[in-house]
Every structure is written in structure tokens, then in C-alpha cells.
Design a binder for this molecule. Structure first.
Ligand SMILES: [Zn+2]
Length: 491
């Protein structure tokens, strides 16, 4: 089977092949931890989870890097207001981010590098860019010289006129050394766009330290002057540190495409002289009930906490964000759509539970068996076709109706039951809604299974048996199969 992913760079669905066989290096833009993540961000983070899981299902070993932006203008403003250092200010929001990801069952990334912990890597890259004339110093700030990078704009397919238009639009955005408006912005320290830039589109790599920055713990020494990094350079420097100069996949929300991702490409390719990312994946916006794009700065601020306080199950939120629309289409958040998602989760869990508990009939229904095979293939093909999870889940629902009817009339034999169990494993590898209702249990079981495998490999059968017993006490039974070790709840 062939995996095709829509690549923003080519604007087509391209066959995915990593540089090194079997290994995928994936970088995804993470949260700016100035506040709780809003639902629009969570959608992007769950799309990363889907990409990651499908790559794993496809047999790839994935190194997934997701940065935490723990320094930017908004963080500086808020820390100033609270009278604490930026390090202290972001702490609860970093913790909240990991809590949200856990509640939403996103698989943890391999690395979560933080901007403030990678200043030397950024300083090194900026120095290279100054040395090779792609960047210049102006009054203590350092800017990237866009005129030195002729292919700038290729990702967002901007022509020169479009680029100028985009540059104007981006003036208010966080891309060009300014920031999104901060609520209660009277105290805002955001500086007006500088006049000493060579071109209005040039963006900041480094910002000269202001007196307040020292108090906030937000200033570092560099050969080009004491200061702090601009926002874009962190992704170029940290992806290189953990994944090397060419990424197999770079993903992010569509709002990051311009200018952030264009700037990442410019910085990395100008410094490394190698292609930065081979595949660019962008997820669409989440809209609020009125159809407006959700963002913190626009006041449309719905966090996972808001949703759980309103009684929504995080697993239903996960299903809604991942499976109710293809990742490249807009999705509208509403109470009704969340309730519909919760109902779909309930039906899939009930179906999985029924299959697991069912006693097979003596004979198999050949037609049913063939249908299950078709749906398993169709599900896989849908995911291989640019991660079309909604289409795949649609097939599962159709089959669930047929299989429920077959169980009602005793037409599910052993082979059909096994095939249905495999189908449950297939869809739950992406959805992760069935295996357990307790957060963290699936990871804990996975960890124990891995430990048991290691014990068996080391011929420590005593420990292996002990782990099987521990799991049995938790109500988990292990089954060894050709595909590996499966687990299920026993009552
Ligand atoms: Zn980024």
C-alpha cells in the first residue's frame, strides 16, 4: 500500500518516502505557552498525532519533535504584568499543555525542546546567516534579508505581488517582529515596526535587549549583541539540533504557513544549503459556531478546560477534532457537533465491547467475512489517501451496523470475530477511543508489554510471567499473535 500526503510545497498529493528507509523525522510547531491552548491549536496538535500514528501503523520509526515557544512578546508582556520572570510565568501553562495532551490522548513527542534552552543553537545559526550575508545587524537587532533568498514565498505559492500584499497583511501578525494584540494591551511593550530595516518584509532573527528583558530573565549574550531571539529562528535551530538539516515532514496549522514557515525555510536553507523539509502538511482552521476562525487574540477563546467544564468528555473532543472532518477542511465547533461526536464514540465503544465479549457461532457467514475484509482494506486506503480518517470511520460505521445485525442473528463465527477484532485494532490505532476509559492506562499497559517483551528476550521468564500476572490483576489479558502482543479487558 502506498501512503500519499498532500504536500503544500508541490500543492499535490505526493507518495511519501522518507530520506532514510523506515525512519521518519517529523517536526511540528508547538504551543506558545503564554496561556492555555485554544481548541484551534488543539486541532493542529491532534493532526500531528494522527500523522504520527499513521506513520507508525505504516511501519515507520518516527522521531517527532514539537517545540515549546517559551519566549515571545506576549509572554514578556504577561510576565512583566505579573512581576515574575518568563521562566516562572510559563510554568503553569507548560504543565497545562501536557495535561491537555494527555487528556486528549496524543502520543507524547520524542522531544519537546524549549526555545530558552536552545539559545546557543540559535546564536550559531544567526551568526552563520550574518556571515553569509543573508542577515544584517541594524541598531542591535538582527534581520533576515529576504532579498537574498529568491525563492522566498514558494511554500505559500505567492508571486511577487502577492508577497507584497502578504507582507502588508502580516504587519499586524507575529511574524515580522511584532505580535498579536495582547488583551488589556495598554501595558503592551510591543514596539512599532522599525525604520532601520532594509525592507519592510525583512524579519527579526534577534532583538536587542531592553532594560525590562534583564529583569524578566529574557536576555542572552551573543557575538552580535545582547538580546533575545525572534520567534522564527527557534524552529530552524531546534529542528536541526534534533533531526538534522532535512526534515521528512514539517507540519503546522495553516495560519503558520505565512510568514512563519516561509521564514523557517529561508533561515534553514540559507544557513544549511540543503532542502529544509520535503513534506509540508498544514491543517485547516477550527471555526467557532459563527464560522469565524478561532484564535485567542480574536477573543474566541475556548480551551479544553472550558469544554470539560461544560461537561464534554476529552475523548469526544478528540474524536470531534480528528474524525468529524478531514484535516484540510475547516471544522466548526459547536455544542451539537461535540454531542454528535460523543454519540459516535459511544457507538464505537459499544461495538468494540460487544465484539470482544461475543461468543462465536459455529459457522462463519462468508459474505460477512468478505465484507469485513473489504472494509479493513477500504479503511486503510482512506488513511493512506492523505489521512482521510472521516472516510475510514464512515466505512467502519456502515460495517458496524451489518456486524451488529449478524451478531443478533448468530452469524458471526470465529473467523469473522477475529477479523472484527482486527478492525477494532485498525481504527483504534488512530482514534484511540476504545482501549480504555482511564487516561494513561493504555500507555501503562504498553510500557508493561514492552518490559515483558524485553524480559522474554533476556530469558527472564519469571519477570515476564510476573508482568502478565500484574496485568491480569488490573483486568487486562494478553494475547500473543503473529502481529504482536494484543491486550484486552477481561471482566
Ligand atoms: Zn515553527
Amino acid at each position: 500500500m502506498t501512503l500519499r500526503l498532500h504536500n503544500t510545497l508541490t500543492a499535490t498529493k505526493d507518495v511519501f518516502e522518507p530520506v532514510a528507509a523506515g525512519q521518519v523525522g517529523m517536526y511540528t510547531c508547538g504551543p506558545t505557552v503564554w496561556n492555555y491552548a485554544h481548541a484551534g491549536n488543539l486541532r493542529a496538535f491532534l493532526v500531528y498525532d494522527l500523522v504520527r500514528r499513521h506513520l507508525q501503523v505504516s511501519g515507520y520509526d518516527v522521531t517527532h519533535v514539537m517545540n515549546l515557544t517559551d519566549i515571545d512578546d506576549r509572554i514578556l508582556d504577561q510576565a512583566m504584568h505579573a512581576g515574575v520572570t518568563i521562566g516562572d510565568y510559563v510554568k503553569p501553562y507548560v504543565a497545562a499543555f501536557f495535561e491537555d495532551m494527555g487528556a486528549l490522548r496524543a502520543q507524547p513527542a520524542t522531544h519537546y525542546p524549549r526555545a530558552t534552552e536552545h539559545i546557543p543553537e540559535m546564536v550559531e545559526m544567526i551568526s552563520e546567516l550574518i556571515e553569509n550575508q543573508h542577515a544584517y545587524i541594524a541598531d542591535g537587532d538582527v534581520y533576515f534579508r529576504i532579498a537574498s533568498f529568491p525563492t522566498y514565498g514558494a511554500l505559500s505559492h505567492l508571486d511577487r505581488a502577492g508577497l507584497r500584499a502578504g507582507a502588508r497583511i502580516a504587519q499586524g501578525g507575529r511574524g515580522l517582529g511584532s505580535a498579536e494584540p495582547v488583551p488589556g494591551g495598554a501595558s503592551s511593550r510591543i514596539r512599532q515596526d522599525k525604520y532601520d530595516k532594509e525592507s519592510v518584509s525583512d524579519f527579526a532573527l534577534w532583538k536587542k535587549a531592553q532594560p525590562d528583558d534583564e529583569k524578566l530573565g529574557a536576555a542572552w549574550d551573543a557575538p552580535f549583541g545582547r538580546g533575545r531571539p525572534g520567534w522564527h529562528i527557534e524552529c530552524s535551530a531546534m529542528s536541526k539540533r534534533y533531526l538534522g538539516v532535512t526534515l521528512d515532514i514539517h507540519a503546522g496549522g495553516v495560519d503558520l504557513m505565512f510568514p512563519h514557515h516561509e521564514n523557517e525555510i529561508a533561515q534553514s536553507e540559507a544557513a544549511n544549503h540543503k532542502q529544509f523539509a520535503r513534506f509540508w502538511l498544514h491543517s485547516e482552521h477550527l471555526a467557532d459556531a459563527t464560522g469565524e476562525k478561532m484564535s485567542k487574540s480574536a477573543g474566541g477563546f475556548t480551551t479544553l478546560r472550558d469544554l470539560t467544564d461544560a461537561g464534554h468528555d476529552p475523548v469526544a473532543v478528540r474524536f470531534f477534532l480528528l474524525a468529524s472532518a478531514h484535516y484540510r477542511t475547516r471544522l466548526r465547533l459547536s455544542t451539537e457537533s461535540l454531542h454528535a461526536a460523543a454519540e459516535q464514540v459511544r457507538r464505537l465503544r459499544e461495538f468494540a465491547d460487544r465484539v470482544q465479549r461475543s461468543t462465536p457461532s459455529d459457522v462463519d457467514d462468508g459474505d460477512l467475512l468478505r465484507r469485513i475484509g473489504e472494509v479493513r482494506t477500504g479503511y486503510r486506503e482512506a488513511l493512506d489517501d492523505d489521512l482521510n480518517l472521516p472516510q475510514g470511520v464512515g466505512l467502519v460505521f456502515e460495517l458496524a451496523r451489518e456486524a451488529n445485525a449478524a451478531m443478533d442473528s448468530g452469524r458471526v463465527g470465529e473467523r469473522s470475530r477475529d477479523a472484527l477484532l482486527l478492525l477494532v485494532d485498525d481504527f483504534d490505532a488512530h482514534l484511540d477511543i476504545v482501549r480504555s476509559e482511564e487516561p494513561g492506562l493504555a500507555q501503562e499497559v504498553a510500557r508493561l508489554i514492552a518490559e515483558r517483551e524485553a524480559a522474554r528476550k533476556g530469558r527472564d521468564f519469571g519477570r515476564a510471567d510476573q508482568i502478565r500476572e500484574e496485568l491480569r490483576e488490573k483486568g487486562i489479558a494478553l494475547e500473543d499473535s503473529k502481529e504482536g502482543v494484543r491486550w484486552r479487558r477481561v471482566r
